[in-house]
Design a binder for this molecule. Sequence first.
Ligand code: SF4
Length: 183
Amino acid sequence: MSKVKPTRDFAKIEEEFLLEKLVLTTKASGLIDWLKRRSQVNSLWTFPFGTSCCALEFMSLSGETQSAGELGADLTRHSPERSDLLVVGGTITEKQAPILKSVYEKMEGPKWVIAMGACAASGGPYNTYSVVQGVSSIIPVDVYIPGCPPSAEAVIAGFHLMKERILKGAQRGVLPETIEKGL
Ligand code: SF4
């Protein structure tokens, strides 16, 4: 008696199902990047590039009332190689621009940038030849925090936005988000 041939190749169907529904494929580099982002969100190592009043406002984040620790960002590093997040707070002069660029270039990726305050975002009140009219002309900016100086609440909201963008994997430098004014 001849064997009845199955009309459907179930082994093939199962294989296709596994590939389509159950198996997640990725590149090793993609997986490492995702793991790095996950760890960055919970423990951001910040390089504070503070030059003037906004830098003092940033320092207040390490106070008792507005703790950067709650944001998972209480570790500040003054070594670019060990930092994930560059916070530019204050007026950046043309002479400081190459230094800022070199700090950014020394940071390992994935790396992120917050422009804190009006001076970092646009030169602020200093519309003059010696002041950089926005650090985005030197390095890519991921999040802008408005204000002169920004309130503590605005800085905290900016950090939350930064973490959200890291998790989403938002493309840096493209349509940077600005948190709402009035915070
Ligand atoms: S934005 Fe205002 S507070 Fe911040 S550095 Fe500029 S002048 Fe100072």
